[in-house]
Design a binder for this molecule. Structure first.
Ligand SMILES: Cc1cc2nc3c(=O)[nH]c(=O)nc-3n(C[C@H](O)[C@H](O)[C@H](O)COP(=O)(O)OP(=O)(O)OC[C@H]3O[C@@H](n4cnc5c(N)ncnc54)[C@H](O)[C@@H]3O)c2cc1C
Length: 493
C-alpha cells in the first residue's frame, strides 16, 4: 500500500469490484480495500452454504461481498421502475436517470457477468441494444415438466437471466449448490470471479483484504476527499487519495460515512440534510412450495424460470403486482425449529421453492436510525400488504391450476435492500448526485446498493453493477480531464 493510487475503493462487492474492473481496464491504478477474506474452501469443496459458513444472520464480509452466496439472477430493472409509479401503500419515486441512460451499461454488465437469458415469455422485458450474451440455461427435466404444465394451463413463463459460466468447455455443471452457496468450482459469476480477478490480472489493482476502513478523510473545509484511514492487524494507517469510493453495501456505506464526521460535517459525510441512512427500500419477499410428488427431487439445479407478467399490473387491481421466481435448492430446514425441522425437510425435498416479491417503498422515515456511530434500529420501508397477499394467492393458484398441491407461507422478509445514500439531482433530497458523487464533496463517491432510489421487483444486482460501470466511466473522464474513456467490456470467449 505504498504506491500512488488514482482511486481507493472500499468494499469488494458487486459495486466495488465491478468499478475496480472498469477503472483497471481503463488503465487506472486502484487500491481495493476489503475487510473480509476469501470464503474458506471445504475439504471436498462441495457445500459452502451461507449458514454453514456464517451461521444465521451474520453480515456477509468476504472478498466478493454478498455475491459469493447470491443466486446470480441478473435482471435489468424494468422500464417502469425508473418512473414514478403509484402503488397500494404509496408512491415509488422516479429515478433521476432513465432506463435508456443505463441501457448501454446493462449490456456491458451482462457481458462481464456472462448472463444467460432470453426475452421470450416476459412481457416486461425492457428494450435492449444487443441480445443476451448467452442463451438461457436449460431446465432440469423435473423443472421442464413444471414449465410445460404451467404453459399448458395458460401461464406465461420466462427464463431467469443468470450469470453463470456455463456451456461447452465451461466449468458450470448445473449442480444444486448455487443459490445461497459459494460456488465450489468458481463457475458462478460473482463480483470476485467475474470482475475482481480479471481486474487484478491487469496489474492495475492492489487488493488489501482483511483491512477495515475506519474513516474517509476530507479537507478541513469539507469540500473534497483526501484519503482514508485503514486498520489491519491492530495497526492504523492513512492512505492519501483524491478519489475515494465507498462500496461497503447496506448498512456499511452509510455507517462509514457517518463515522467519517468532521467539524465541517458534524453528522457524517453526505448527511448535512439528515438524509444518510434514509429512504431504505427493497423487496417484500415470501415463499410458496408447489409439491411435485412423494419422491424426493433433491440435488437439482432448479433456478431457471420466472413469471413476470404481473410486475406492472396485478390482475383486476390497476396497480403493480410483483414477480414470481423459482429459487435454487437450499437446506432451508436448518433455520427451522427442532420440532418443525423434519416436516420442513420433507416438504423442501419434494417441492420447488418459489419466491414471490413485491416492491417495498422508500420513505424518508424508512432506514437506519443511528445512535452515535452505530445503527440502533432499522425502520422498514412501506410494505404493500394487500398486493403481497394477492400475489401469494395468485402464485399458488397458478401452480394449482398446473396440477400441483401448494403450501404457502405468509411471512414477508425484506430482501435486495437498496437506499440509505440515494442518488438524486438535488442535495436537498439525496446524498449523491446522478454520477454517484456525494453532493458537495469532490472526489467522494458511493457505488453499491445504497444509491439505488427504488428496488422495483426484480433482483437488483445487475443494476448495481451497471451503475458501477457508469460511475467508472465518469471517474475515468474526470481523471482524463474530460476525455471520453476508450474501454468497453471485451466480448467474451
Ligand atoms: C443469499 C443471497 C442471494 C442473493 N441472490 C441474488 C440474486 O440472485 N440476484 C441479485 O441481483 N441479488 C441477489 N442478492 C443480493 C445481492 O447479492 C446484493 O444486493 C449485492 O451483492 C449487494 O452488493 P453491494 O456492492 O451493495 O455490497 P455488498 O455485497 O454488501 O459488499 C460490501 C462489501 O464491503 C465490505 N465492507 C463493508 N464495510 C467495510 C469497511 N469499513 N472496510 C472494508 N470493507 C468493508 C464488506 O465486507 C463487503 O464485502 C442475494 C443476496 C444474498 C445474501
Amino acid at each position: 500500500m505504498n504506491a500512488q493510487y488514482d482511486v481507493v475503493i472500499i468494499g469488494s462487492g458487486a459495486g466495488g469490484s465491478s468499478l475496480a474492473h472498469r477503472l483497471a481496464t481503463g488503465g487506472r491504478k486502484v487500491l481495493l480495500v476489503e475487510r473480509g477474506q476469501e470464503v474458506a474452501k471445504t475439504v471436498d469443496g462441495t457445500d459452502r452454504y451461507l449458514y454453514h459458513v456464517l451461521g444465521l444472520d451474520q453480515p456477509v464480509s468476504f472478498i466478493g461481498g454478498q455475491t459469493k452466496f447470491y443466486g446470480a439472477a441478473l435482471y435489468r430493472m424494468r422500464e417502469s421502475d425508473f418512473r414514478e409509479v403509484q402503488h397500494e401503500a404509496g408512491v415509488s419515486p422516479a429515478w433521476p436517470i432513465t432506463y435508456q441512460e443505463l441501457e448501454p451499461y446493462y449490456l456491458e454488465a451482462e457481458r462481464l457477468y456472462r448472463v444467460h437469458g432470453a426475452p421470450d415469455g416476459d412481457p416486461t422485458e425492457p428494450p435492449r441494444s444487443g441480445p443476451f450474451p448467452h442463451p438461457p440455461l436449460p431446465h432440469d427435466p423435473v423443472v421442464a415438466k413444471v414449465v410445460e404444465r404451467l404453459n399448458a394451463s395458460g401461464t406465461q413463463v420466462a427464463a431467469i437471466p443468470r450469470g453463470i459460466d456455463y456451456g461447452p468447455g465451461r466449468p458450470c455443471t448445473l449442480c444444486p449448490n448455487c443459490d445461497s452457496h459459494a460456488c465450489a468450482v468458481d463457475a458462478k459469476m460473482d463480483a470476485d470471479t467475474a470482475a475482481l480477478r480479471p481486474a487484478l490480472a491487469t496489474g492495475n489493482v492492489e487488493l488489501a483484504a482483511g483491512v477495515e476502513c475506519l474513516k474517509v478523510l476530507t479537507s478541513e473545509d469539507g469540500t473534497r476527499t483526501t484519503g482514508v484511514l485503514l486498520k489491519a492487524d491492530g495497526v492504523e494507517r492513512v492512505v492519501e487519495a483524491g478519489i475515494v469510493v465507498v462500496s461497503c453495501g447496506i448498512p456499511g456505506s452509510a455507517l462509514l460515512l457517518r463515522r467519517s464526521k468532521t467539524k465541517a460535517h458534524p453528522e457524517g459525510l453526505g448527511n448535512n440534510q439528515g438524509l444518510l441512512g434514509r429512504y431504505l427500500a427493497g423487496h417484500s419477499s415470501g415463499v410458496i412450495f408447489p409439491i411435485l410428488g412423494l419422491k424426493s427431487i433433491w440435488g437439482r439445479h432448479t433456478k431457471t424460470f420466472a413469471i413476470n407478467a404481473f410486475h406492472d399490473e396485478a390482475p383486476g387491481t390497476g396497480l403493480p403486482g410483483g414477480v414470481i421466481q423459482v429459487s435454487g435448492q437450499a437446506p432451508i430446514w436448518e433455520g427451522a425449529s427442532k420440532i418443525t425441522k423434519p416436516i420442513v425437510k420433507f416438504i423442501a425435498r419434494r417441492s420447488l421453492l418459489i419466491f414471490y416479491m413485491t416492491e417495498s417503498l422508500p420513505t424518508k422515515e424508512a432506514g437506519l436510525v443511528f445512535e452515535g456511530d452505530e445503527v440502533k434500529e432499522v425502520i422498514r420501508p412501506l410494505h404493500n400488504d394487500k398486493t403481497f397477499a394477492n400475489l401469494r394467492n395468485l402464485a399458488a393458484s397458478l401452480f394449482r391450476k398446473a396440477g400441483y398441491p401448494v403450501i404457502t407461507r405468509s411471512r414477508n422478509d425484506l430482501w435486495h435492500q437498496v437506499g440509505t445514500a440515494r442518488m438524486g439531482v438535488s442535495p436537498e433530497t439525496s446524498v449523491t448526485d446522478t454520477e454517484c458523487q456525494v453532493h458537495g464533496i469532490s472526489g467522494l463517491y458511493v457505488v453499491d446498493a445504497s444509491v439505488l432510489p427504488t428496488a422495483g421487483t426484480v433482483n437488483t444486482g445487475l443494476t448495481i453493477i451497471a451503475l458501477a460501470l457508469r460511475t467508472g466511466d465518469s471517474i475515468l473522464r474526470r481523471l482524463a480531464g474530460g476525455a471520453k474513456p476508450k474501454t468497453r467490456t471485451p466480448e467474451l470467449a
